[in-house]
Ligand binder design. Sequence first.
Ligand code: FEO
Length: 168
Amino acid sequence: MISKNLEKAINEQIKLEEQSSRIYMAMASWCEVNGLAGAAKFLYAHSDEERDHMLKFVHFLNDRGGHAQLQELEAPGHSWNSLEELFKSVLDHERYVTSKINDLVDICLEEKDHTTNSFLQWFVTEQIEEESLAQEIVDKIKLVGESKGGNFHLDMFLSGLAQAEAGA
Ligand code: FEO
């Protein structure tokens, strides 16, 4: 049986994962209307992945005797000045998510809840990948700069990443 304290904290994480899904969908939509098909494909796939993260928490909490409850969400942003600005926001957001996962692990350690701690380790590992991928994309965007050919290849690269994520 999960503690009330952890139940509340996991419900907050469910909200954050759902919010992440909306943020990435809003970003995907902006890319789609700005001719960035590959980036849009990647971000739509990433939005789906965040929904999967949310569901993992929902099922875990309900299985452990808690009650997953959805909450009101804030409206995400609708536009960005550049792809670089957009992906820097993704990186900042993922760093924030990592900090919240770490906070959850801290609560588990305080409460000696080894079951929830074990469940959370999947997310600890996942966040390494999430941050590293966002950083890699920001680095590539900086590398291509204003080059039209470079940006074309960047969009192809993002499209390929979306396919790889879907097959993962
Ligand atoms: Fe579910 Fe991208 O963190």
